[in-house]
Ligand binder design. Structure first.
Ligand SMILES: Cc1ncc(COP(=O)(O)O)c(C=O)c1O
Length: 381
């Protein structure tokens, strides 16, 4: 324990992989909420800043409705409850994702079925998806990993043909688009996270977007113990409400999102220019018909990924591996009997490395990250 702490304390990360950018405006809005004494509201429509956020998110995504919640995990959970997905149902998703995508399905008593990814953008492989659909399948959860939109047209076509719901896991992809559509606007439901590393944040927070009026009404009940009024639950729900302080924060962040995304794009472009042609490194390439939000800048290293990672971390660059252990290889899922053959997922887990491009990083930082990466690769080869 002591040894571990000493080792960790020696490494000072100067450029974090992502960080919340909180200015005076956010602080002022939070103070207003504290002064108002209205910290939350369990009525069906929620408190004023929550309602303002829902309008601005729905408008940004280009859908009829948004429902504010207290996390991205809550967004996935509420979606599964709203679609009545549970015992005996299978839900198709990548194994190469954050654990919340699968754990919410497990928590509903349903079975996550893992689909391999493609190595162009690390999202769901639609050929493998097609092979794994069967009569127990109820829904597909494509994950727009790193802010790279999954290939939604074939996914939606397969879903329509097989009578499946599509829940977009857009936790990492606010501001990314596919063929002109914002992620979160194409499936039946889109789930967002506003955890502190995300492109806009309120510490912990989430939301669901949808064009479906009935799902919208049910989701607003589900976030509030299934209650519409009079403490009388009509359906199953939980306390998944977004507090007013978080709504105050996220409202200000939403006003800044265009500029945040612009700087991320500029940083990613600069980093690609610096790294262009570097041997042994596969750079992220935006598809022609997609726009990334550049939540992360994820490269693949043909060899010695972990040695390069260590050198960068030792030099203060918060390069990070998302995700070293695909879900079907985690202790939990192995214990549940998962033993899938997902070769591209395994390859990605052993080779990917994410670099920071968040809005506080300037041109000099980008140049430093690029040179340190080049030096690290030279050192280990
Ligand atoms: C792909 C993905 N899905 C779901 C979540 C869960 O979101 P939250 O942490 O807000 O519960 C995250 C969070 O990082 C995520 O990256």
């Amino acid at each position: 324990m002591l040894i571990r702490c000493q080792i960790q304390c020696l490494v000072v990360i100067l450029i974090a992989i992502n960080k919340p950018l909180i200015g005076d405006e956010e602080k002022e809005e939070v103070m207003k909420v504290l002064g108002s004494g209205r910290l939350t509201d369990s009525s069906f429509d929620g408190s004023p800043m929550v309602r303002e956020f829902e309008k601005s998110l729905a408008n940004f995504i280009g859908v009829k409705h948004a429902i504010a919640l207290n996390s991205g995990t809550s967004a996935l959970m509420a979606s599964l409850i709203a679609l009545d997905i549970g015992h005996g149902d299978e839900v198709l998703m990548p194994s190469f994702t954050f654990v919340a995508t699968a754990n919410t399905v497990l928590a509903r008593g349903a079975k996550p079925v893992f689909v391999d990814i493609n190595l162009n953008d690390y999202t769901m492989d639609t050929d493998d998806l097609k092979r794994k659909i069967n009569k127990r399948s109820r829904a597909i959860i494509p994950v727009h990993l790193y802010g790279h939109p999954a290939d939604m047209n074939p996914i939606i076509e397969l879903a329509r043909k097989n009578d499946l719901f599509v829940i977009e896991d857009a936790a990492q992809s606010l501001g990314s688009s596919y063929k002109g559509n914002q992620t979160g606007s194409m499936g039946d439901l889109g789930c967002f996270s506003f955890y502190s590393t995300k492109v806009v944040t309120c510490g912990e927070g989430g939301a669901i977007t949808t064009n479906d009026d009935d799902l919208y009404v049910n989701l607003k009940k589900i976030r509030n113990h299934g209650i519409f009024s009079n403490h009388n639950p009509e359906i199953l729900g939980l306390n998944l409400r977004m507090p007013e302080i978080e709504a105050a924060l996220i409202n200000v962040q939403m006003r800044k999102i265009d500029s945040f995304l612009r700087i991320r794009r500029k940083n990613a472009k600069m980093l690609s220019e610096y790294l262009d042609g570097l041997k042994g490194v596969i750079l992220p390439r935006e598809r022609n018909d997609c726009k990334y939000n550049w939540y992360l800048y994820t490269i693949s290293l043909e060899k010695s990924r972990d040695s390069v990672l260590k050198i960068l971390n030792d030099k203060g660059i918060g390069a990070t591996v998302y995700y070293r252990t695909p879900l079907h290889k985690t202790q939990l899922y192995k214990r549940l009997g998962y033993d899938d053959n997902l070769p591209k997922t395994i390859w990605a887990s052993e080779h990917v490395l994410s670099l920071p491009v968040h809005p506080e990083i300037n041109e000099q930082d980008i140049s430093n990250i690029a040179s340190l990466l080049k030096d690290a690769i030279k050192t280990i080869s």
